[in-house]
Design a protein around this ligand. Structure first.
Ligand SMILES: [Zn+2]
Ligand SMILES: [Zn+2]
Ligand SMILES: [Zn+2]
Length: 388
């Protein structure tokens, strides 16, 4: 796709100290006139999880907004997500919106001015997209890109390395969103940094059908992306780094035949007691899938806990000692795996109870066994050790 350079506006109102504090951490993708008004501690990172977390809100009227909003639902000003500030900001300069936002209303992220790109960091990772002249593809692509932005939000919040294929042709990250045919079906998967996703996964009817057929209660586009990026990070953080022995002690020997594992899984089904050792039935197939499923679950936990916390939800399970009426709106220290899991127990209990109140099935149909918690702890410690 052709790229047009977005002119960089003059640095008016720029306070050197505040600009330096944020620019050193992230490429600049925010309108310079906004920089001076950003708190220097505004970049959201794991550190911040131990303290107050901001809601996404409108700069102009403070209306609480969704991460996906491109316009304030109350006062109507244009808003966009700034990766540098890790929050929604008022969009003063339409040219700084990602080209997919300007031309298709398909993205609410700002571009990174210093990278001289007219696509945002997220859209810039999409190497192949389906034919958008087909309305079904267009709709699916929008949903997938929205899920990808949420995926990337958490990766950046955790300060994980995100290196594009453009930056590193061998093993760098790229996404291929493809529409398959009966003759050439698209297999969702990961290979050497390239994540391929069938756009059919964004079709509700297709996914419901597959969800039933495969017995996967949690089949979502975001879940797929979090799973596949797990394979990417296995390469980056385990294969190319160090902790292979530690990995194998928990997840098993990943050099076992993958083909045999697939044949066994779909031939015989998962072992009867799979939920004692695995987060999902699919995870029981092969150590790689166990890893990717556990990784995806960790990202679900981090994102959901942050959201719960930002809305002031209780993150502590009431105990007998605390007594009634003393349920704290507790801050959660995400550095600490114990408080992360205890917060998670409280939030998922609340989520399921809310759903039951609405006559719906549980939002969180998982049980975390001690073995699974051990694997999640491994992910947590690996993420902490690899924060950029
Ligand atoms: Zn507003
Ligand atoms: Zn974009
Ligand atoms: Zn997988």
């Amino acid at each position: 796709m052709p790229t047009a350079r977005v002119p960089r506006p003059p640095d008016r109102e720029l306070t050197p100290q505040s600009a330096r504090a944020t620019l050193e951490q992230r490429p600049s993708d925010i309108h310079p006139s906004r920089r001076a008004r950003l708190p220097t501690s505004g970049t959201r990172c794991v550190n911040d999880y131990a303290g107050p977390v901001k809601l996404f809100s409108c700069d102009n009227c403070q209306q609480t907004l969704y991460f996906e909003n491109s316009r304030c639902v109350s006062c109507g000003v244009a808003v966009a997500y700034s990766l540098e500030a890790s929050r929604l900001v008022q969009l003063f300069e339409p040219a700084l919106l990602c080209r997919n936002g300007r031309e298709h209303e398909a993205c609410n992220w700002m571009v990174t001015v210093s990278r001289d790109a007219d696509l945002c960091v997220s859209c810039g990772l999409s190497e192949v997209i389906p034919d958008l002249s087909d309305p079904a593809n267009d709709q699916a692509w929008r949903r997938i890109e929205a899920a990808k932005r949420r995926l990337l939000y958490t990766l950046f919040a955790l300060k994980l390395p995100v290196v594009s294929k453009a930056e590193r042709p061998d093993g760098g990250l790229a996404f291929h969103f493809l529409k398959g045919t009966a003759e050439e079906p698209v297999m969702t998967g990961h290979e050497n940094g390239v994540i391929t996703l069938s756009v059919d996964e964004a079709d509700f009817a297709f996914r419901e059908n597959m969800r039933e057929k495969m017995g996967e209660g949690y089949r979502t586009v975001l879940g797929h992306l979090r799973h596949e990026i797990g394979h990417y990070y296995w390469d980056v953080l385990i294969r190319d780094a160090a902790p292979l022995a530690n990995f194998r002690a928990l997840f098993g020997d990943e050099s076992a035949s993958y083909e045999d594992a697939v044949a066994r899984h779909y031939g015989e089904g998962p072992p009867a007691n799979w939920n004692e050792r695995f987060i999902s039935a699919y995870a029981s197939m092969h150590p790689w899938e166990d890893w990717a499923e556990t990784w995806a679950h960790y990202l679900h936990m981090i994102d959901t806990l942050e959201t719960a916390k930002s809305h002031g939800l209780t993150l502590r399970t009431p105990s007998k000692e605390q007594g009634r009426g003393q349920i704290a709106m507790d801050d959660i220290a995400f550095f600490d795996f114990e408080s992360l899991t205890s917060g998670w127990n409280a939030v998922t209990l609340a989520m399921n109870s809310l759903n039951r109140s609405m006559g719906m099935k549980d939002a969180y149909p998982f049980v975390l066994s001690p073995t699974v918690l051990g694997k999640l702890r491994f992910v947590h410690e690996l993420v902490q050790a690899n924060r950029a």
